[in-house]
Design a protein around this ligand. Structure first.
Ligand SMILES: [Zn+2]
Length: 241
């Protein structure tokens, strides 16, 4: 109890120092505070370091921090909070890492999205295999969590969970929240309002154009086609940004 009070207090102090703490909509005050604190956790510092090599000069298999190579993405890294279906924080901090080849494809896709007035908002990116074990321990059910022994393409640095938001930060309606396990999240669910179908179509067609494929039951999940044979990784990022 004492710890969570301190975390809330720290969150509020950080929010009061921030000009634009929330991009979210309405809700009651208590809920809003919780969401704002989560948003604070998800503030990913953006900006390339000049000493970094360019993506073109690196091996495709290298892991990179996406925000170091593009400032045009938005982040809502749910597994770095308790706002996910596990109801548990499994990352020490919110970061989005991918392999170089995945990053190149994501940047190209995002350039296309920007022409349509939107951008990618990430829920999850590369996931170390040890985190997959953590998730499996909480929910040992292959219907919801990939078995860590076999691994997921997230563990290979080639899968991302994403949605779209406008360039002003307004999230597009995709019909369900991230990690909604049910028919409404399926790509073949067509009994949905037209604007939702249009939003999903824009997401899917653009990602496919840039070498990603989708899975039938999750509108948010995209795999880079060339990543399926890559090895499972357990590279861990530093929480210092
Ligand atoms: Zn996924």
């Amino acid at each position: 109890m004492k710890n969570s009070f301190l975390i809330v207090l720290l969150g509020l102090v950080i929010i009061s120092c921030k000009e634009d703490a929330s991009h979210r909509g309405d809700g009651d005050t208590q809920q809003k505070e919780a969401v704002e604190i989560k948003d604070t956790i998800n503030d990913i510092s953006i900006g390339a370091k000049e000493s970094y090599p360019t993506l073109e000069n690196m091996a495709d298999s290298t892991f990179i921090r996406l925000a170091d190579y593009s400032g045009d993405f938005a982040y809502d890294m749910r597994y770095a909070t308790e706002n996910n279906f596990l109801k548990a924080q499994v990352y020490d901090c919110a970061e989005c890492y991918t392999r170089v080849k995945t990053a190149k494809a994501l940047i190209a896709a995002n350039d296309d999205f920007k022409k349509a007035g939107v951008r990618i908002r990430f829920f999850d990116c590369y996931r170390p295999n040890s985190v997959q074990y953590k998730m499996w321990k909480i929910v040992p059910n292959p219907q919801y969590v990939a078995n860590p022994v076999k691994g997921s393409i997230h563990n290979k640095g080639g899968a991302v969970d994403i949605t779209l938001e406008t360039l002003d930060g307004e999230v597009l309606d995709m019909g369900t929240d991230f990690d909604f396990f049910g028919k409404r999240a399926y790509h073949d669910m067509t009994d949905l309002p037209q604007n939702i179908l249009d939003n999903r179509k824009l997401l899917k067609e653009t990602m496919e154009k840039h070498g990603f494929w989708s899975i039938r039951t999750e509108w948010w999940h995209y795999n880079l086609s060339s990543a399926s044979k890559d090895p499972i990784a357990d590279f861990k990022w530093e929480c210092e940004h």
